[in-house]
Design a protein around this ligand. Structure first.
Ligand code: TYD
Ligand code: MG
Length: 454
């Protein structure tokens, strides 16, 4: 039974289990395991074969030149891709429905077509008329992108094989299906098999393939997680619906640095690049108010300043609320605990809300100190001086750890008109950037430099 019957796959991480369980042992997700028909092709298939052929092995020294990259001319996109699109590569662009993936990729396909690639855009979700209307709205109607609407992968692969494009955009991987796989489109088995075929096409024909994947909260439709292992580059398109900012973030890239971000703004005529994200994220900050601190962060290879906001109010609940938007809630709990244990500043009985302005999400531990400053400022009702940026990682002992790329952080702050920084001891730089840097050894010293004589 276990040999021939169905297997059970986690929709969150793609791990295969022999039995159904409420929780995936591999990634810890709850309720994410679904039953799957056995694969007829792919790594799960059991093909009887005697002994394999002996492989040819080679050395590490490069024999070929690095692949030529094509730049789209959309700087924010090219940087996230690691400097342009690489031939024979597969890229996954994931994101919530409605965030702007189709818009981004139609613009990207047009830009790459303008740069000389032959581009095909295949949609399994929208009718040609709809896509043409969008192209019109984006001012791209005259671009040499060829359009197809189809969900059957066999037809798509035959077409791509015959047309030999340099770039194929597949929108979206969840709508594609292979008739050799016996499960519904959008199921883990279908998504995995379809992605495998398309990645295979990219490798075999030297084309770049961009797959769109919807991220859904429910386990019903397979998230693009199972595809992440197969592709060369994983980009996430994020942003708040209410905000016009969109961030394209590389979480995996075999051809460039991961963690790089590109910032866009959704306008009436499509996505436009934001060349100076710091200015954008700080734009809402008109005058210093209690509970606000500016964090000098690094996103990928680029410094970005963001405003961390905090609100501290007496709680009427037995267990006070802790809300973190844009920062990790575990980091917030840690900072609150260290403030209480090492500095004697309690937040018990207080509801605490922390938010990053502009819908940005910060993953760096260097944001700890700015978060602590915003919390103290909110609690005391005193504004952080408007000329000050803050960065530093807080350890559980209350000591501050120096963070990477201090010079770049200071340079960006200086460029945006800040003149003072609060940073951990042993942070380098400052004078050459024209910044006054207050080096502090631990969290207990923060209150003094924030609100004291400084
Ligand atoms: P879409 O690209 O269809 O999102 P996805 O493919 O990720 O589901 O775009 C979704 C939203 O973007 C839609 O609500 C309308 C908005 N939009 C604009 O604001 N301006 C534009 O020029 C376009 C094309 C879309
Ligand atoms: Mg779409």
């Amino acid at each position: 039974m276990a040999q021939t019957g169905a297997s059970f796959t986690c929709t969150a991480c793609g791990a295969v289990h022999r039995k159904w369980a409420g929780r995936c042992d591999a990634c810890g997700a709850w309720n994410s395991i679904v039953e799957e028909a056995p694969l007829s092709t792919g790594p799960g298939a059991r093909v009887p074969r005697s002994r394999g052929r002996r492989m040819a092995l080679s050395g590490l020294a490069a024999e070929e030149a690095p692949p030529p990259r094509t730049r789209s001319g959309i700087g924010e996109l090219d940087r996230v891709l690691g400097g342009g699109l690489v031939p024979a590569s597969a890229v996954l662009v994931g994101g919530d429905p409605g965030i702007g993936k189709s818009t981004l990729l139609l613009q990207a396909a047009a830009a790459f077509a303008r740069a000389g690639l032959s581009a095909i855009y295949i949609s399994g979700e929208e009718a040609s008329a709809q896509i043409r209307m969008r192209a019109q709205r984006l001012g791209l109607a005259g671009e040499p992108v060829r359009l197809g609407t189809e969900t059957g992968l066999r037809d798509i692969l035959t077409t791509l094989d015959a047309e030999r494009p340099d770039l194929a955009v597949i929108d979206s991987i969840q709508t594609m299906w292979l008739d050799s796989v016996e499960s519904a489109p959008g199921s883990v088995a279908q998504v995995r098999a379809a992605a495998q075929e398309l990645v295979g096409f990219a490798k075999k024909r030297g084309a770049a393939v961009i797959l769109v994947g919807h991220v859904t909260k429910e386990g019903q439709i397979a998230g693009p997680r199972v595809v992440e292992h197969m592709v060369d580059c994983v980009l996430y398109f994020e942003g708040e619906r209410g905000h016009q900012f969109r961030i394209l973030r590389s979480v995996k890239n075999r051809f460039g640095p991961a963690g790089e971000i590109g910032v866009f703004e959704m306008t009436g005529s499509g996505l436009s690049e934001v060349a100076n994200p710091s200015a954008l994220f700080l734009a809402e900050r008109d005058r210093p108010a209690p509970g606000s601190a500016v964090f000098a962060g690094i996103e990928g290879t680029r410094p970005v300043l963001t405003e961390i906001q905090a609100l501290v109010v007496p709680s009427s609940l037995g267990t006070p609320r802790r809300s973190a938007v844009g920062v990790d809630s575990a980091r917030l709990s840690t900072v609150l605990a260290v403030l209480e244990a090492r500095c004697g500043i309690p937040f018990a009985g207080q509801d605490v809300f922390v938010n990053v302005a502009g819908g940005m999400r910060i993953g760096e531990p260097a944001a700890d100190l700015a978060m602590a400053a915003a919390l103290l400022s909110a609690r005391e009702g005193l504004a952080v001086p408007a000329d000050t940026v803050i960065f530093g990682e807080i350890s559980l002992s209350g000591a501050l750890r120096p963070v990477s790329q201090t010079e770049n952080r200071l340079k960006e702050a200086q460029k945006l008109g800040f003149s003072r920084a609060i940073a951990p001891m042993r942070s380098k730089g400052g004078a050459e950037q024209g910044m006054r840097v207050c080096h502090i050894p631990d969290l207990a010293a923060l209150t003094g430099v924030l609100f004291g004589a400084g």
